[in-house]
Design a protein around this ligand. Structure first.
Ligand SMILES: Cc1cc2nc3c(=O)[nH]c(=O)nc-3n(C[C@H](O)[C@H](O)[C@H](O)COP(=O)(O)OP(=O)(O)OC[C@H]3O[C@@H](n4cnc5c(N)ncnc54)[C@H](O)[C@@H]3O)c2cc1C
Length: 388
């Protein structure tokens, strides 16, 4: 239980069935549900997490914990959450593969170099350390890049984790305190809890829908679109790349709302493997790897790292990001529902922003002030009725 600031529903509910009576029931054990479970359990709440095993985005993503500056709210959330990851770092087990490698945003021409300078100014004004790399410094940092690049921006506090193990760690931390995990499917969200396919009902003071791209199935009217992404991974080539390398053209790819786009984005893994991305597709629902996308992505990667063409790629896979129209996640109370909260719509930044999402949601539930303004992420803007 929370001491001091208990909301009215904490500790209430169906006391005739105490074993299935919780303060908060969370739908989904991806990184968002797991982060919420840990945050809420650390605050003393009794938590149930229900996970259907559908194979979500957390197992498909890159795990790049990156500060982004598409908008002020996006910057605020990514930076806040990155700081929470850095605070948590000493507690993370080795399988989370925490790697403080930094990001290098690569400029291929003078126009992209202008973007390097703009980004540096933006981050500098908000106390994010950065360093402009001239060609000499760039090739010293990453000797395998192709010749002819004009410079780059190093963001040293960006980092990399292995998201599936991070989610498992967060969930286990919650379970060690006050969280029960149900491997089952939620088939109905009620005012007083959840109905599960095989395990009956759970009673809860509040429900959090953290079901990723499936969230609209349980909360009709929530406007989000699945955005397919694909990755490939190589065999082990330790030390070949030292930072997360991203072309500045990536920003165009990430921000475009057209059907298909891809860009050079390569991540070193602690295993010595290279994780190669990244693509974005709207309007595609099948989970199959699209050969033309993977081929285009690999060709792009080889343009930046020519020696890649002689390396072995051992696996490719796909995943779906939960995309909102304004590219911000949905964090807060569902309009018209007293006890239903939403934590979804994180698109390509949910690993980064998971810890801050959980903290902001707990703040709202406890009526506490938050470290950053919560208004930009509130759900009313993505509910169908908002446009009626
Ligand atoms: C290709 C790709 C690359 C990415 N790269 C990055 C990156 O580098 N950095 C970054 O920060 N983010 C990245 N992301 C985004 C990030 O992976 C997601 O934003 C994040 O994983 C979303 O987590 P989630 O918990 O909301 O959703 P999910 O991981 O999808 O979890 C939702 C869970 O809900 C469960 N569920 C659904 N319906 C039900 C139900 N009815 N009952 C019970 N359980 C249910 C599902 O089984 C699933 O496990 C990437 C995503 C993709 C696809």
């Amino acid at each position: 239980m929370i001491r001091g600031q208990n909301p009215a529903w904490v500790g209430r509910g169906n006391m005739s069935s105490p074993a299935k009576n919780y303060d908060v029931a969370i739908i989904g054990a991806g990184i968002i549900g797991a982060a919420c479970a840990r945050e809420f359990a650390c605050a003393g709440l009794r938590i149930a997490v229900v996970e259907a095993g559908l194979g979500g985005a957390t197992s498909a993503g890159m795990g790049h914990i990156v500060v982004m500056d598409d908008s002020e709210p996006q910057f605020a959330l990514t930076r806040y959450s990155q700081q929470l990851w850095r605070e948590l770092a000493p507690e993370l087990p080795p399988d989370v593969e925490y790697m403080p490698c930094g990001t290098i945003w690569i400029a291929a021409d003078d126009q992209e170099m202008q973007e390097v300078r703009r980004k540096q100014q933006y981050y500098g004004a908000r106390a994010v350390p950065t360093q402009i790399l001239d060609p000499h410094a760039l090739y010293e940092a990453e000797p395998h890049l192709r010749p002819g690049l004009v410079g780059a921006l190093l963001v040293p506090e960006d980092l990399v984790i292995y998201a599936p193990c991070a989610a498992r760690f967060l969930l286990r931390q919650a379970q060690a305190r006050s969280c029960d995990l149900y491997l089952d499917k939620v088939i109905e969200v009620r005012d007083d809890g959840l109905v599960l396919q095989n395990s009956g009902s759970l009673h809860a003071g509040a429900v959090i829908n953290a079901a990723g791209t499936w969230a609209p199935q349980l909360t009709p009217g929530l406007e989000m679109r699945p955005r397919k992404g694909q990755h490939g991974i190589t065999d082990r080539y330790p030390g070949f790349v030292r930072h997360q390398l991203v072309e500045l053209g990536y920003l165009k790819s990430a921000h475009t709302l057209t059907a298909e786009s891809f860009a050079f984005n390569v991540q070193p893994r602690l295993t010595g493997q290279l994780l190669i991305g990244s693509s974005r597709q709207f309007g595609v629902e099948n989970t199959a790897v699209d050969n033309h996308i993977i081929a285009g992505m690999l060709a792009r990667a080889c343009q930046y790292l020519p020696e890649l063409s002689r390396m072995s790629a051992i696996r490719a896979w796909t995943g779906f990001r939960a995309a909102t129209a304004d590219k911000l996640p949905v964090i807060g109370k569902c309009p018209g529902r007293e006890r239903l909260y939403l934590a979804t719509g994180h698109e390509g930044l949910g690993i980064t922003t998971s810890l801050a999402t959980a903290r902001l949601l707990l703040d709202q539930i406890l009526g506490r002030a938050s470290a950053i303004p919560v208004e930009p992420y509130l759900p009313h803007r993505v509910m169908e009725t908002a446009h009626a």
